[in-house]
Design a protein around this ligand. Structure first.
Ligand code: NAP
Ligand code: GLV
Length: 310
């Protein structure tokens, strides 16, 4: 039994060291140069595996995602049918995402960019401060990351609501679900954060209709996936003043093409998919636990429902 590490461009050595520290007898193979006997591989630890590549391993039983999202695995038309798949649920990702989302919400809330512009004109002028309780933050997706961001923001005093597939009871967070619930959430979100998984149901969810349902001048923070957002609809919403700003960490095509209009748009703050990284030092204990579960035939942490898409 061997684990195959499949992550293009990711230095494998820190992962090997850290996982072998957790499981000393782990047989750690590396795609594509150190695969060994393909029949021995039963687990793949993967980020954006090349399409069709996983079909080469006839004894593959488990795929562990190196990230929270799994759409990069599920999009493979040749994905072996009977494999079990787990997304990554780990505290380092959660901390990174909570930090990033809080940073951006506070930046807009405290009008930091406007002060920056004033500084460039040597302009000394106080801008009206809004109480956090009067700022309404809506979160699409109340899972591991969305709920943690909501919890932090409500501690800052923001008025926080969220939307999920199923009803939720989370302290201090108003929860909505279903199609009607989506529009109830949107119409009361001064700042909208997207933390949904990318599925057939959520693709293109941030379009002219949903962006148009936000209060005029709202802010969008998309830290989920680029395919949640219809790019042209965002530009129209920003140019018309329907939205006042957007933070984008994820894009339909990554890296974002050089000529894409998002790069130079004055109302867009852009990050290179940097909100929350998977680091071996925090993720390895969780992944090692899942490797042991695979081998013991137990339910995996974060095991997904393939049909549901997350
Ligand atoms: P998660 O725990 O699976 O949570 C997903 C949430 O979305 C759940 O609350 C789920 O509802 C809700 N949801 C799914 N489909 C829905 C639908 N059709 N309608 C309404 N709600 C729906 O996922 P997570 O760990 O929080 O991660 C969320 C996403 O963040 C990942 O999939 C990934 O794309 C993104 N991400 C981005 C970065 C970055 O660096 N930018 C880093 C990590 C993750 P239920 O609770 O009812 O199931
Ligand atoms: C990053 O985007 C992740 O899915 O963890």
């Amino acid at each position: 039994m061997a684990l195959l590490f499949m992550c293009d461009g990711e230095a494998s050595e820190p992962w090997r060291a850290s996982l072998c520290n957790e499981i000393p007898d782990l047989d750690f193979r590396i795609w594509p140069d150190n695969i060994g006997n393909v029949d021995e591989i039963d687990i793949a630890l993967a980020w954006q595996p090349p399409r069709g590549a996983l079909a080469n391993f006839s004894n593959l039983k488990f795929i562990l995602s190196l990230g929270a999202g799994v759409e990069h695995i599920l999009c493979d038309p040749e994905l072996p049918k009977s494999v079990r798949i787990a997304r990554l649920i780990e505290p380092g990702l959660r901390t990174g995402m909570v930090e990033f989302v809080t940073m951006e919400v506070l930046r807009y809330h405290r009008r930091a960019d406007e002060y920056r512009f004033q500084q460039s004109d040597r302009k000394w002028k106080l801008l009206r401060q809004t109480l956090s309780q009067d700022r309404r933050v809506g979160i699409l997706g109340l899972g591991y990351l969305g709920a943690a961001c909501g919890d932090m923001l409500r501690r800052f005093g923001f008025s926080v609501s969220g939307w999920a597939r199923s009803a939720k009871t989370l302290p201090g967070i108003d929860s909505f679900y279903g199609e009607d619930g989506l529009f109830s959430l949107l119409e009361q979100s001064d700042i909208l954060i997207c933390l949904l998984p990318l599925t057939s149901e959520t693709e293109d969810i941030l379009d002219a209709t949903t962006l148009g349902a936000l209060p005029r001048g709202a802010v969008l923070i998309n830290v989920a996936r680029g395919k949640h957002l219809v790019d042209d609809d965002l530009i129209i919403a920003l140019d018309s003043g329907q939205l006042s700003a957007a933070t984008l960490d994820v894009f339909r095509e990554e890296p974002l093409p050089f000529e894409h209009p998002f790069w130079m748009h004055p109302k867009i703050s852009l990050f290179p998919h940097a909100a929350a990284w998977t680091l071996p030092e925090s993720a390895s204990p969780v992944i090692a636990d899942n490797i042991r579960r695979c081998r013991a035939g137990e339910k995996l942490i974060g095991e997904i429902e393939v049909k549901r898409g997350y």
